[in-house]
Design a protein around this ligand. Structure first.
Ligand code: PMP
Length: 398
């Protein structure tokens, strides 16, 4: 289908929920994607932190092919091997004991919220309030949306799920004041992704964990964006010296095959009993086989160290450059804050230069490439980013 016809049909047949860039992607290889005209783009978006192994990775491709040819889906009424093996792999490589599988980040968050509420309910305690952070993002389903501390996403969809309270991020006093006898859990992103790659202050997270332990409150980290090696550790909480009670995963876990996961310690996980929570697709053999292939690569010796190192290289090539106020983040999850409001323009210029990058508002560019990106590709991307920032800065001054 031609580009013109595609966009006509898109506007006719699809609910108009997305603002898309004018590019029609048809294939990918490694860290690059290709449009309908054969143009090549270095992909710093990666499905928004999803395509861990990039595109057409031989191991992921082979795993998915095998799953499709054997048993791609069956009901959770029956036992399947990939789901058990994936749960085992996640448990063996984390401080958690049990896993529930869903299909997306929002669904993982829903599962985590339900697990926290069930935990207190079965203890006979009236604790249901969930505290989350202002400017957090946890997803678009009603529970996850209610946890998301941003009015702009919530307003037209009220009434929200009751029992959610929002406090400023990185502010221990505010959190302490918000706690009540009904507080069930605190949910935080260790690095806020959607609101502009804002890492938590390590001392803050450590104190929040202490406070939660002291006051008998569950701590949930939403690692939908930060999990599975994105930050140079398997889980971002490892950077902060804090172990939460529950985490959520999704995006990068199966490298682009839809999946979500809730991981919890035994004491909490056992609150879920048969019939409490379920998913038709969650944990299906296709998604779990893909995730096993991704984890095999991410957990291979040296892979995560490479992510950290490549992140440092990216950082060093961009920090202190003209037009750039700050570069922040961990591993290959970086935010570039500009010192002029031209991030949209920079993103457009980069598209013309063959680089895909996501701008968050007009001040921030988010870098979340495939974790297999090479140093050479990072140099190419950085050079083009610096040129685009310069160009956009000059435009703005005219
Ligand atoms: N939590 C976080 C931290 C996220 O970044 C996102 C997606 N941007 C979600 C939840 C929701 O994930 P999904 O779009 O897969 O529902």
């Amino acid at each position: 289908m031609e580009y013109k016809e595609l966009i006509e049909k898109e506007s006719k047949y699809l609910m108009q929920t997305y603002r898309r860039k004018p590019v029609y992607l048809v294939s990918g290889k490694g860290s690059y994607v290709y449009d309908d005209a054969g143009n090549k783009y270095l992909d710093l978006v990666a499905g928004i932190a999803v395509n861990t192994l990039g595109y057409a990775h031989p191991k992921l491709t082979a795993a998915v092919e095998t799953a499709v040819k054997t048993l791609h889906h069956t009901s959770n009424l029956f036992y399947t091997r990939p789901q058990v093996e994936l749960a085992q792999k996640l448990v063996e490589n984390s401080p958690f004991d049990r896993v529930f599988f869903a299909n997306s980040g929002a669904e993982a968050v829903e599962g985590a919220i339900k697990l926290a509420r069930k935990y207190w309910w079965q203890k006979g305690e009236e604790k249901y309030e969930i505290i989350s952070a202002v400017n957090s993002f946890h997803g678009r389903t009603m529970g996850a949306l209610s946890a998301t501390g941003q009015e702009k996403y919530q307003k037209p969809f009220r009434p929200l799920v009751p029992g959610f309270v929002y406090v400023p991020y990185n502010d221990l006093n505010a959190l302490e004041k918000a706690l009540t006898s009904k507080t069930a859990a605190v949910i935080l992103e260790p690095v806020q992704g959607e609101s502009g790659v804002n890492p938590a202050d390590p001392a803050y997270l450590q104190k929040v964990a202490e406070l939660c332990r002291e006051k008998n409150i569950l701590l949930i980290f939403d690692e939908v964006q930060t999990g599975v090696g994105r930050t140079g550790k398997l889980f971002a909480f490892e950077h902060f010296g804090v172990v939460p009670d529950i985490i959520t995963l999704a995006k990068g876990l199966a490298g682009g095959v839809p999946i979500g996961a809730v991981l919890a310690k035994e004491e909490v996980a056992k609150a879920f009993e048969p019939g409490d929570h379920a998913s038709t697709f969650g944990g299906n053999p296709l998604a779990c086989t893909a995730a096993l292939a991704v984890l095999e690569e991410v957990l291979a010796p040296g892979f995560l160290e490479e992510v950290l190192d490549k992140g440092k290289l990216f950082y060093s090539l961009l920090v202190d450059a003209p037009g750039i106020k700050e570069v922040r983040g961990y591993g290959l999850m970086l935010g570039i804050e500009l010192n002029f409001p031209g991030a949209g323009r920079v993103s457009d210029i980069l598209l013309a230069k063959g680089v895909l990058i996501n701008n968050i508002g007009e001040w921030i560019l988010r870098i979340v490439p495939p974790l297999i990106i090479t140093r050479e590709e990072i140099r190419e991307a950085s050079e083009k980013i610096l040129l685009a920032v310069k160009e956009a800065g000059t435009d703005g001054a005219l």
